[in-house]
Design a protein around this ligand. Structure first.
Ligand code: NAP
Length: 322
C-alpha cells in the first residue's frame, strides 16, 4: 500500500465470493470497511461484522439505502451483480440499474472514487444478456464523471468460487461429464488473490483513474482442459460426452424450469460458447507478480463431499462456504 486510508471504503457485494476475499484483504491492510448488506443477520454478514466491518443495511435497488451507505466514505468498490436471473432480480435491474444507483449515491455523497467490477467480454452491444448488462453498467461508470477504475476479469477461481466448484461437483457426481460442443473454447482463469491484489493496488494508485483493465491468469485453458484438471485434482477418471450447444440448451431450459439452483442455466451455457481470453491482461502490471495458474491450485475442490456434489447436480446448489 502506498498510502494509508482513513475514511472507510464502501464495498457492495461484500458477502459474495469476490467480496469476502476483498474485505479480508482490506482488513488485513488495516483499511476500514463499510459493507452494504441486505441481510445483516446472515452468517456471511455476521462474519464480516466480527472482523470489524461496519454493516450498512441496504439493497442495490434502493437508492435511499445506497445514499445512506455512501455518506462519509473515501471510495466505493462496487461488486454486486448476478449471473443467474431469478424473478425480479434481472440483469437489467441488478447489474445495470443497480450500478446507476451506485453512481447516483456516489455523486450525491460526493464520493469521488469508484472502483467497478465488470467482466471480460462485457459490451453494451453484446448479444449475451449478462455481458450486455455488464457492458452497459461499465459504460455508465465511464460517463459518470467519477474517478473510476474498471476491472474486467475472466472467470475467477479460488476458495468459495462457483464455476470450478460446480464443475467439480459434476465431475464427482456423474460417471460421464457433459462437455459443451468441442470443449475447445478458451477461458483465462484468474486466481482470486490476484484479482484482490489488483483492486487493492488501484485503490491507492491515482494513475489507474480512468482506466479499464482486462484481468486474466497466466495462460488460457480450454473448457475441456479445465474439466481434465479438476478430474486429476479429484483423482477420478471420467468419460466425457461432447453434446451440441442446442441440445445442452434444451436440457438446461428444462432444468431451469424444474430446479431452484440448476447446475447450469441457458444463459451460463451460452457464455461457454465464446472465448474469454484477455489478449492484454494487466494482472502482472497491477500486482507486480506472475499470476497463479489454475492447474496445481484448486485443491479446495477436494473439500466437496459426495453428498454435496449430488445435491449440487440435483439442483440444490452448493453449500454456502463463508
Ligand atoms: N466470479 C467470477 O468468476 C467473476 C468473473 C468476472 C466478473 N465477476 C464479477 O465480480 C463481481 C462479484 O462476483 P461474485 O462471484 O463475488 O458474485 P457472488 O458470489 O454471487 O456475490 C454477489 C454479491 O452481490 C450481492 N447482491 C446480489 N444481489 C443484490 C441486491 N439486489 N442488493 C444487494 N446486494 C446484492 C450478494 O449479496 P447476498 O449475499 O445477500 O446474496 C453478494 O454479496 C460481479 O460484479 C461479477 O459480475 C465475477
Amino acid at each position: 500500500m502506498s498510502k494509508r486510508i482513513g475514511e472507510p471504503i464502501l464495498v457492495t457485494g461484500a458477502t459474495g465470493f469476490v467480496g469476502h476475499h476483498l474485505v479480508h484483504w482490506l482488513r488485513k491492510s488495516e483499511i476500514p470497511v463499510r459493507a452494504l448488506v441486505r441481510q445483516p443477520s446472515s452468517p456471511a454478514a455476521q462474519k464480516l461484522a466480527a472482523t470489524g466491518v461496519e454493516l450498512a443495511i441496504g439493497q442495490i435497488g434502493d437508492p435511499a439505502s445506497l445514499a445512506r451507505a455512501a455518506q462519509g466514505v473515501g471510495a466505493i468498490i462496487h461488486l454486486v451483480a448476478i449471473i443467474r436471473q431469478r424473478g425480479k432480480a434481472t440483469y437489467a435491474e441488478v447489474n445495470y440499474r443497480g450500478t446507476l444507483n451506485v453512481i447516483e449515491a456516489a455523486q450525491s455523497a460526493r464520493v469521488r472514487r469508484l472502483l467497478h467490477m465488470s467482466a471480460l467480454g462485457a459490451n453494451p452491444s453484446s448479444p449475451y444478456p449478462y455481458l450486455r448488462s455488464k457492458g452497459l453498467a461499465a459504460e455508465a461508470v465511464r460517463q459518470s464523471g467519477l474517478a473510476y477504475t474498471i476491472f474486467r476479469p475472466s472467470v475467477i477461481f479460488g476458495e468459495g468460487d462457483e464455476f470450478v466448484r460446480l464443475l467439480a461437483a459434476v465431475v464427482k457426481a456423474l460417471p460421464i461429464v457433459p462437455i459443451v460442443s468441442s470443449g475447445e473454447n478458451r477461458l483465462q482463469p484468474i486466481w482470486i488473490g490476484d484479482v484482490v491484489a489488483a483492486i487493492g493496488h488501484c485503490l491507492t494508485d491515482e494513475a489507474t483513474i480512468g482506466q479499464s483493465y482486462d484481468l486474466g491468469g497466466p495462460f488460457p485453458l480450454s473448457y475441456e482442459q479445465i474439466v481434465d484438471t479438476i478430474s486429476e485434482t479429484l483423482g477420478v477418471h471420467r468419460r466425457k460426452l461432447h453434446l451440441s450447444l442446442p441440445l445442452m440448451q434444451t436440457i438446461a431450459q428444462i432444468l431451469d424450469r424444474l430446479l431452484s439452483a440448476p447446475p447450469v442455466t441457458p444463459g451460463l451455457l451460452s457464455l461457454l460458447e465464446i472465448e474469454n481470453v484477455a489478449s492484454r491482461s494487466a494482472t502482472h502490471d497491477l500486482t507486480g507478480r506472475v499470476p497463479l495458474s489454475l492447474p496445481g491450485n484448486i485443491d479446495y475442490v477436494k473439500q466437496i463431499t459426495w453428498w454435496e456434489a449430488f445435491r449440487a447436480v440435483a439442483g440444490f446448489g452448493l453449500p454456502k462456504w463463508n
